[in-house]
Design a binder for this molecule. Structure first.
Ligand code: NAP
Ligand code: HSE
Length: 436
């Protein structure tokens, strides 16, 4: 039985979970792989912090370079986060011919093209299962399990913190800031929680999913990104009245001319399975041309689920050591020289139905003026709901859902509504998804 040595960068939520699994479940893992795994060295920022796990037999350091330069380490596991020092350390590790496992979606989405190409040159692996959808083995499912298919689209709830917040906000009196604080305490949120709330974390994950699904380069800067910070409890309530749940979705679609990559709050009809994914749970749907629509569900954040994916990656690296290098699963699922370069289309080209909530002066003729704007642009109002406004007593709250329409045309209608003195600027609009 050979011993593979791990050097760990970070011993926080995910790092702690990883050491915990390797301590508690080692004999079961040995039964699977026929090899031993030993954590040799761990870098942390603060050596004096008390840790909930036993590190007495592990070399601890506050210099992360000690980990990537350690002569005996076979696999560097990066669980510290960030894209500055973490990138420098992983480049260093690869130079030193060490395999890499990371949960760092920001690093993969923004610098993965460079990292994978450097890893290929050095014949080492970069595994990142934990970077998308926490404990769901979605990278393996899409990259390997669906390898017989041309992927048509991917859609998912891929941020646990955001889904937790949207779910908790359904409870009467829930406060956005309070709920976010709990998500942070539970270890779900990023070091900077605006990454969760403003959709950046989901955009990182969607970048990765699109790349492995379609065989395209990682293109984080092309993802249209909207967060959940402007979603109110009122929107959640009205959406429910109309038969929908509001979910923060990542959507990657093949289009006629290329691809559409977007992350935004979305109304999903109650009867669609993904509308019922709540709390920290994530779900990813992938439609392949042969398999049809598939869905994968599980916890999207937290120590145990994320570490489960990290340890599976470590096991994959160990197993791949007996394979020819050219037969290993390519980092992005497709051979590096086979990635396509079709364009990512601007959001204005996408087509969807829209939910609109606005305050309108409550007198005759106003509704007629609003519907005339839509009629002129050939946009159909499919659902309409009105009730006296709690916030502005002289107004009515008006909620509408349109038919599917090109976003640029909808924007024209929106601009005309915003210019109407009877309505004003304060208009909420949320896209509606059809997932079939
Ligand atoms: P965390 O709890 O904040 O842990 C970060 C760890 O890195 C800490 O142990 C910290 O040391 C250490 N560290 C930070 N900067 C360092 C430096 N300059 N030198 C040495 N050590 C340093 O973060 P986390 O939640 O585990 O997340 C880690 C990574 O996993 C991130 O990339 C995150 O996006 C990703 N991820 C997290 C989750 C999740 O549910 N939390 C899920 C999927 C992916 P100290 O302990 O001494 O401060
Ligand atoms: N902050 C992330 C989330 C962690 O809430 O989904 C898992 O990637």
């Amino acid at each position: 039985m050979k011993t593979f040595k791990i050097g760990l960068l970070g011993l926080g939520t995910v790092g702690g979970g990883t050491v915990n699994i390797l301590q508690e479940t080692l004999s079961e893992i040995q039964r699977r792989i026929g090899h031993n795994i030993e954590v040799s060295i761990i870098a942390v920022r603060d050596l004096n912090r008390s840790r909930p796990i036993d590190t007495s037999s592990i070399q601890m350091t506050d210099n992360p370079h000690d980990v990537v330069n350690h002569p005996e380490v076979d696999i560097v596991v990066e669980l510290m986060g960030g894209t500055g020092l973490a990138k420098e350390l992983l480049i260093n590790a690869i130079q030193n011919k060490k395999h890499v496992v990371t949960a760092n979606k920001a690093l993969i989405a923004e610098f993965g093209n460079e990292l994978f190409s450097f890893a290929n040159e050095n014949n080492v692996m970069v595994n990142y299962e934990a970077a998308v959808a926490g404990g769901i083995p979605i990278i393996k499912a899409v990259r390997e399990g669906l390898a017989a298919n041309k992927i048509e689209w991917l859609a998912g709830i891929i941020n646990g913190t955001g889904n937790y917040i949207l779910t908790e906000m359904k409870k009467p009196g829930a406060d956005f800031a309070e709920v976010l604080k709990v998500a942070q305490e539970l270890g779900y949120a990023e070091a900077d929680p605006t990454f969760d709330v403003e959709g950046i974390d989901a955009a990182h994950k969607l970048t990765i999913l699109a790349s492995i699904g379609f065989g395209i380069e990682l293109q984080f800067n092309k993802v249209y990104t909207e967060g959940i910070s402007k979603i109110t409890a009122e929107d959640i309530h009205f959406a429910e009245q109309l038969g929908y749940q509001i979910k923060h979705l990542g959507l990657a679609t093949r289009t006629e001319n290329g691809y559409s990559l977007r992350v935004h709050p979305t109304l999903v009809a109650n009867e669609v399975l993904i509308a019922n994914v709540n709390g920290v749970m994530n779900a990813v749907m992938a439609k392949g041309d042969h398999v049809g629509p598939t869905m994968y569900y599980g916890p999207g954040a937290g120590a145990g689920p994320t570490a489960s994916a990290v340890v599976a990656d470590i096991i994959d690296v160990i197993r791949a050591q007996s394979q020819n290098v050219e037969d290993r699963v390519p980092g992005l699922g497709f051979k590096a020289d086979q990635l396509e370069s079709a364009p990512v289309e601007p959001i204005e080209n996408s087509v969807s139905s829209f939910y609109i909530r606005c305050f309108a002066q409550d007198h005759s003729g106003v509704l007629a003026k609003i519907t005339a704007v839509f009629a002129e642009l050939e946009i159909n109002i499919e659902q309409l709901y009105q009730e006296p406004s709690q916030e502005k007593p002289e107004d009515a709250t008006l909620v509408m859902v349109t038919n599917a329409v090109k976003e640029s045309r909808f924007n024209q209608a929106l601009a005309e509504l915003q210019a109407m003195p009877e309505i004003g600027n304060d208009i909420q609009r949320i896209r509606v998804a059809e997932l079939d």
